[in-house]
Design a protein around this ligand. Structure first.
Ligand code: SPV
Ligand code: MG
Length: 288
């Protein structure tokens, strides 16, 4: 199902963050409706902070490889659009060509800093960001690609009124959806936003810190798309660290074998069976 089809049917859409095709396949197999090509995950996977150090083409390469590996839509976190409105246009053209279903662009100043890092969280003006959204919509060639306008107003410690006003302006500028980001433990501010949002455009939420809210609750309050942005990455970090420590401590891997995926699962996720079938069919001279 395309992302637009998911948006057009009733119910809340759930997507999961990933930073490579393997993670994307795991999310797809678990039943998520789509993939969030996460800037945080991709930078972390390179051992780098999520502060626009990686270039657009490096992030695109990952998003594109994920889109090629799964059947579900990929929503790409395109940070602040990698520069001004002109960079946004170039970004949109490249992501669209790579088969990405949606790009999310946030109203932070380039270079951005991850929303959960204390300190500098600077926004561009509403006017400047509306120019970026208009540019994004003007740059897309087909009609499928969705542009998600993400506001970091609450992340920057500014008011709910400003968040609502900014999103209304972004809707007016042509965004297909708005994303309200928040960093507190309580879902209260996001629920307030959803309650007061009257523009009709679908709203995207990212319950990373306010994780007690269920997708169902957020959906009932008016959210359309819920992003589980970094849970695969964090689960992987814990599992890998524990596994490595145990092997060194115990001098062998026996103690972890029950807890780690067997090689047949790895082969399955790689598509080894399909490759073997192709080999059998097309590579002449192979007997077994
Ligand atoms: C990301 O996954 O890179 C995001 C979401 O932008 S967050 O890290 O929650 O800001
Ligand atoms: Mg991000």
């Amino acid at each position: 199902m395309t992302l637009r089809e998911l948006f057009n049917r009733p119910g809340v859409i759930r997507i999961a963050g990933a930073h490579n095709p393997l993670g994307a396949r795991l999310a797809e197999r678990a039943g998520f409706d789509g993939i969030w090509s996460s800037g945080l995950e991709i930078s972390a996977s390179q051992g780098l902070p999520d502060t626009d150090l990686l270039t657009m083409s490096e992030l695109l390469q990952v998003a594109s490889s994920m889109a090629a590996a799964v059947g579900v839509p990929v929503v790409a976190d395109c940070d602040a659009g990698y520069g001004n409105a002109l960079n946004v246009m170039h970004t949109v053209r490249r992501y669209e060509r790579a088969g990405i279903a949606a790009v999310s662009i946030e109203d932070k100043m380039f270079p951005k800093v991850n929303s959960f890092v204390a300190g500098r969280q600077q926004l561009v003006s509403t006017e400047e960001f509306c120019g970026k959204i208009e540019a994004a919509k003007a740059a897309q060639r087909g009609t499928d690609l969705m542009v998600i306008a993400r506001t970091e107003t609450l992340i920057a410690g500014r008011s709910m009124d400003e968040a609502l006003a900014r999103c209304a302006a972004y809707a007016e500028a042509g965004a297909d959806a708005v994303l309200i980001h928040a960093k507190g433990e309580s879902p209260g501010p996001v629920l307030e936003f959803l309650g007061r949002w009257k523009a009709g455009l679908p709203v995207v939420v990212v319950p990373t810190t306010y994780h007690t809210a269920t997708a169902e609750e957020l959906g009932a309050a008016g959210a359309k798309l819920v992003v589980y942005a970094n849970h695969g990455l964090r689960a992987g970090i814990t599992a890998m660290a524990e596994t490595f420590e145990t092997i060194l401590k115990e001098g062998r891997s026996t103690g972890v074998e029950e807890r780690i995926a067997p090689l047949r699962t790895v082969f399955d996720l790689q598509g080894m069976d399909e490759l073997k079938a192709d080999e059998h069919r097309y590579v002449r001279g192979v007997t077994a």
